[in-house]
Design a binder for this molecule. Structure first.
Ligand SMILES: Cc1ncc(COP(=O)(O)O)c(C=O)c1O
Length: 410
């Protein structure tokens, strides 16, 4: 992360930043934000609500009611404002939840873990435990789904809920792969969590119904034991630091206490910008008609650019793009480790994220796959992406990857 920050700060035009998780600028969404800011400035008390008050620690009461109403009316979920808490971004929501549920318990010794039923999983979770390693992760099944394409699936045969598991967690769509757990996989995970009386955390940072960067028909999931996290970042408001958690009232009350202790109150501006869009349901239309088509078209162009850059003479695959803003590239038999590939690319001004960082919670160092993947953001402009992909292909060729002997997917 340090490298990426320095590269952005000092790199200039020659840096190809394919590494970060910055959302794209979507002109139609920027116009909505500009209009909302103008409305807040014009309406009586608007600026005060947006900038000049401490809201209650759990969030602005009218916003909490609007969020509960949106999900209740749209999906029939049996929730009210007591099921909702605001946090300073989805990242903080995860930090609060993981450390609330897992880690060292009040009896001093027992270390509870978060089960990740499928890795690779979001790099931002990896170091969130204030009490050391928090995760127990299960490697996926790998299914070949097309020429140069594969998909990870949950390996339910390896999934065991031992007494030290405090919760199950997935991101859907998954950062870094763009995988979307199927409705069936989610239903099985939910049943498993329910039967062991533990929560199922679903991180919807890219998910449905907002921001809706999800290209497969996937039903938004809720159950009384589910904890859902949402974010305003990928719809275009990362600077407002607004996370939304839907969960059982006892967990939500604890999140409110954590917000009070850690930060008194949460950022208000994102909630005030969004409020009328949530109350009218307009946020759903914008996600469906603006954000999703924007990213889907960009994703298709990115996949085409990857096919052109890597061609057929190289042994390479990309994960099926079912959502999120990344290409997840796999070079089976890569003679160097993804970290070395990262260093070679960095020397040429191209920044990606080496894949091994996303395989935390599972310590099989012999598993070659974890060193053969990289994450590339396609939210950047297309010239940068195409140039970057061409450079990656050159380095892959220079490293000696060829079209021979692709290992069988399991
Ligand atoms: C899967 C996932 N969860 C959570 C976050 C955190 O987002 P934020 O804190 O901006 O809401 C991100 C950010 O990229 C993400 O990719």
């Amino acid at each position: 992360m340090d490298d990426l920050g320095h590269a952005l700060a000092s790199g200039g035009a020659q840096v190809k930043m394919l590494g970060g998780g910055q959302p794209a600028r979507i002109p139609a969404m920027n116009a909505v934000w500009e209009q909302r800011l103008a409305e807040l400035t014009a309406e009586a008390g608007g600026l005060e609500r947006a900038l000049s008050v401490y809201d209650p620690p759990r969030g602005n009461p009218r916003f909490l009611a609007a969020i509960a109403g949106l999900f209740r009316d749209t999906f029939g979920w049996d929730i009210g404002p007591d099921h909702i808490a605001i946090t300073p971004g989805g990242q903080t929501a995860c930090f609060f939840l993981f450390n609330l549920l897992a880690g060292r318990m009040p009896d001093g010794e027992r270390r509870q873990k978060i089960l990740l039923p499928l890795i690779p999983e979001y790099i931002g979770y990896a170091n969130q435990g204030i009490d050391g390693e928090l995760f127990h992760a299960i490697p996926p099944l790998i299914e070949k789904t097309g020429p140069h394409e594969f998909k990870y699936r949950v390996d339910f045969d390896r999934l065991e809920i031992t007494p030290d598991i405090a919760a199950i967690c997935v991101s859907r769509p998954t950062n870094p792969t763009g995988n979307v757990l199927t409705d069936e996989e989610l239903a099985r995970l939910s049943a498993l969590a329910h039967s062991h009386d533990i929560p199922l955390i679903i991180d919807n940072a890219y998910g449905a119904p907002f921001p809706g960067i999800i290209f497969e028909p996937a039903i938004p999931f809720w159950a009384p034991h589910a904890i859902l996290t949402y974010s305003l970042s990928k719809i275009g408001l990362p600077g407002t630091r607004t996370g939304i958690v839907i969960g059982p009232p006892a967990i939500i009350r604890a999140l409110g206490s954590l917000s009070a202790i850690v930060g008194l109150s949460n950022p208000t501006i994102g909630q005030q910008i969004l409020l009328p869009l949530v109350e009218s349901g307009e946020i759903l239309r914008l996600s469906r008609e603006v954000v999703r088509p924007f990213y889907q078209a960009k994703c298709e162009r990115a996949r085409q650019a990857a096919r052109e850059a890597f061609g057929d003479d190289l042994d390479w695959l990309m994960h099926r793009s079912e959502g999120a803003i990344f290409l997840w590239l796999w070079f089976p038999g890569l003679p160097i480790r993804s970290h070395q590939l990262y260093e070679r690319l960095k020397a040429r001004g191209v920044f990606v994220i080496p894949g091994h960082y996303f395989f935390f919670g599972h310590d099989d160092a012999q598993w070659a796959h974890r060193h053969e993947c990289i994450r590339v953001s396609y939210a950047v402009d297309e010239v940068t992406l195409r140039d970057g992909l061409r450079t990656i292909a050159e380095e892959i060729r220079a490293a000696g990857v060829s079209a021979v002997a692709r290992p069988a997917c399991s």
